[in-house]
Design a protein around this ligand. Sequence first.
Ligand code: GDP
Ligand code: MG
Length: 304
Amino acid sequence: MNKKLPFRSGFVAVAGRPNVGKSTLVNAYLGQLVAPISPRPQTTRRKQLGILTLPDTQIVFVDTPGLHKQIDQLGSYMNMAAESALEDADLILWLVSADEMPTEEDALISKKLLSLKRSQPVFLVLNKIDRLSPLELADSEKLFSPLAPGAEIHHVSALSGTGKYDLLQAVISGLPEGGPYYEEDQITDLYEKEITSDLIRAAVLDSLRDEIPYSVAVRVEEFIDRDDENSSITATLFVERESQKGIVIGKNAEMLKKIGTQARMEIERMTGRKVYLDLRVKVAPNWRNDPGALKRFGYAPEKS
Ligand code: GDP
Ligand code: MG
């Protein structure tokens, strides 16, 4: 007998401080590069969606940008985006690096989770267990579990995949019954531009040193599918000062070419298409503190 399971769907916020493996985990479920992964913190600045549609479940992963000590207007938008992702979630995965001690930032997240208005299920996910012995893992759990009272505890390695399937089953069981939020074929159209802009940002972060990468905003102006195999993309890199423009372009435009090549290859990997990428550089003075510019670059929160 085939008893049909009810369809389940919901928003799953993936919380945790930078570099604990949030993007790696979401990408492991989605099987394609959705949120850029980088060994540098702050790659993921905005709310990111990754949608996993299975025969009887749709999970909308929201990879939060993380809570930060607020330094400028951008930092405060990032905090708001993170908080609204948590409030709106049907289930929260709080990822921690099991090979590191809890930090002040973890205490901040813990406080935030305890103050949520709804009582969504929270899973404390100890990630990077490939780096630990069973004994070390038990110690780590003792350190983190008091920060998430009542949370279900899971152990995974987002990198190797250990524990990934069990965690997914638990997430599915924790979601409410209900139909899908997104049509399967709608997903790519909705997020292609956003994913593209994140891949370009990741290329900027990999290529430029020091503080400059954080002064670069990316806007995808155009994403045109020329035919079944070729796409043509135009994007603008906004910097804060004229002097940064020179650095981003580089001598004989070599830096811009390097950024463009890396981004193009990643976009081709994502889309499975041949991509022609046209990158431009413009100055938007002090955009990190300009609410209008932040909104235009997609950093403003959808809700307040
Ligand atoms: P995020 O900032 O939380 O999104 O973290 P990322 O997904 O970008 O990962 C940060 C770094 O941790 C990357 O270098 C990943 O390869 C690494 N990483 C993520 N998950 C694991 C894991 O399970 N084991 C190990 N050893 N490294 C991991
Ligand atoms: Mg990330």
